[in-house]
Design a protein around this ligand. Structure first.
Ligand code: ATP
Length: 537
């Protein structure tokens, strides 16, 4: 297969499963897609990569009938079609699994599949029929879900399997997945890949939007790179490499590893944050946090490694004042908080202590989607003198807020720059840059960051890592929680590992290898065995 300048892969006789030709789409001043052509062979996995805001989601939303293209044409299996809405897309055998699931929490998995697809979904006979069809589909594809469980009680990996199952049940032969691994643990990711390979074997065509180039190399047959709304290249996977893709996406070489010049570690640097005996049970049978002790010093980045769901989220919540523990003491910014004897830290007092927090879930906790971007850019900091005006600072200074937001957008390359646009209209990566810009902006002495680069493109990952290092070099203590081991290794000066709500190990970066971290991440009852293995690793 040869390199294509446009988005076409040579035909092998059969018509392509999907053929998009010269698709253009504009939102106001933003040209989201510009004469995009893309051809996807049936029964293959086709990757779609590109910087945040490159136009990938828009293109797939057009294929799924969610948006109408301003111009251009679509053919499915060689037949020209008009896709006016997602119902029509489903009828054409197109299914889409969004980044944010479209499920009803209070219904069972079975009811969620039937909702909207089966007119008689409330009848027992219909339920029996659908259940047996789903069971057959699960056996065939390996997509196991608990059909009677309530959606609200299931982990994200299972919800994603349910979404795929739902699409297949409705007859999807073409499956669009928008950043499916962004919310998955490494184990769930492996499981998903197994499933996708099985689906490809049974002839399903898969379109995969992702920022993770390793995943593209592991799974895809071909990959298209988009930049600024246009297709830059489409190549067979055997003709490309992560470096080639990175360069095509960003238009320059990208360095993602650890800088060769590591920061000098100063064990005597001032202490910025100390916690001891931190425990959180919150009525659960198994404690969420158990006797956590941790210190953060000025000028260091401490990485928290671990399989998601082992207390990292709760640790950030407790340290940022979003949640009070049942036991523990915290020293921060010259103040002391004791869970047993007084009120715990609150987000407002955390900011007074110059602790900033970039939450893991930016949609739920980092921004208000219905607010314009300039409001998101000051959220939580609106009471700073900087943002007040009038006698005793009684009024909010909107002009100042807008000009600061514009400066943040410029500094963090948030695209588009127009901060009057609604926060929800920005692509995921640009939303993340905006939240980071806000939190870093007030020169914190402690920064807590959850999943700093989730959903962020590689150019922006490089930029965000540089920003976090610069903050560290300016004397800030940074705590980074990330489910990406590569990220932990690239950023941290010291790594702590969490498992089952406890800290199971701590390593200086010089002692860190993936094997050692992996052993500590698995360390529970077998700690002694693991400790012995660790000596040899
Ligand atoms: N409904 C909308 N209204 C206005 N602008 C929009 C809308 N949807 C997308 N955009 C803009 O169109 C451009 C392309 O966005 P799109 O979400 O397609 O990018 P993407 O490549 O999927 O990005 P990411 O990787 O961050 O998800 C961006 O500049 C975005 O802000």
């Amino acid at each position: 297969m040869t390199t294509q300048s446009k988005g076409t892969v040579p035909a092998d006789g059969a018509p392509p499963a999907v053929e998009l030709r010269d698709i253009s789409k504009r939102f106001g001043a933003v040209q989201a897609n510009r004469e995009v052509s893309l051809s996807v062979r049936a029964g293959t996995v086709h990757g779609l990569v590109g910087e945040n805001g490159a136009g990938k989601s828009t293109l797939m939303a057009i294929l799924y009938g969610y948006y109408q293209a301003d111009s251009g044409s679509i053919a499915i299996a060689g037949r020209p079609v008009q896709i006016k809405d997602s119902q029509q897309a489903i009828e054409l055998g197109i299914g889409m699994v969004h980044q944010h699931f479209m499920l009803v929490d209070t219904l069972s998995c079975l009811d969620n599949v039937m909702l909207g697809a089966e007119p008689a979904f409330f009848l027992n006979a219909a339920k029996r029929k659908v259940r047996s069809q789903l069971q057959a589909l699960m056996a065939e594809t390996g997509l196991h879900v608990h059909l009677d469980a309530l959606v609200g009680e299931l982990p994200v990996g299972e919800l994603q399997r349910l979404e795929i199952l739902k699409a297949l049940y409705r007859g999807a032969k073409i499956l669009i997945l928008d950043e499916p691994t962004a919310v998955l643990t490494p184990q769930e990711t492996l499981q998903l890949f197994e499933t996708l390979r099985r689906l490809r074997e049974r002839g399903t065509t898969i379109l995969l939007i992702t920022h993770k180039l390793k995943e593209v190399m592991a799974l895809c047959d071909a990959v298209t790179v988009m930049r600024a709304g246009q297709v830059v290249q489409t190549k067979s996977i055997t003709e490309t490499s992560p470096e080639d893709l990175a360069q095509a996406m960003v238009g320059r070489k990208v360095h993602l590893g650890r800088p060769e010049q590591a920061a000098a570690h100063d064990a005597a640097a001032p202490l910025r944050l100390r916690v001891q005996g931190l425990s959180l049970t919150a009525g659960q049978a198994v404690p969420l946090l158990q006797d956590i002790g941790l210190q953060l010093r000025a000028g260091e980045i401490v990485g928290v490694a671990g399989v998601s769901g082992n207390g990292q989220t709760e640790l950030l919540e407790v340290l940022s004042g979003m949640r009070a523990p049942e036991a523990g003491q915290l020293e921060l910014g010259g103040r002391r908080f004791d869970a047993a004897s007084g009120p715990w830290l609150e987000p407002r007092s955390a900011r007074e202590c110059r602790l900033a927090h970039v939450p893991e879930d930016r949609h739920a906790c980092g921004m208000v989607m219905s607010f314009p971007a300039w409001e998101t850019a000051v959220l939580g900091y609106q009471d700073l003198p900087l943002y007040r005006s009038g006698p005793l600072g009684a009024a909010m200074n909107h002009e100042r807020m807008k000009s600061e937001a514009a400066a943040m957008a410029e500094r963090f390359d948030v695209r588009p720059r127009d901060m009057n646009i609604g926060s929800s209209k920005f692509s995921g990566g640009n939303q993340q840059k905006l939240v980071l810009a806000r939190e870093i902006g007030q020169a914190p002495t402690v920064l807590l960051v959850g999943q700093p680069t989730r959903g962020v493109d590689i150019g922006a990952i490089e930029f965000i890592h540089q920003q976090l290092r610069a903050l560290r070099d300016a004397g800030c203590a940074v705590l980074v929680v990330s489910s990406e081991l590569d990220e932990i290794l690239a950023l941290s000066d010291r790594v702590i590992v969490m498992n089952g709500g406890r800290i199971t190990g701590e390593l200086d970066i010089a002692e860190c290898t993936e094997t050692r971290l992996g052993l500590l991440m698995a360390a529970t009852a077998k700690e002694e065995t693991n400790a012995a293995a660790l000596q040899q690793a």
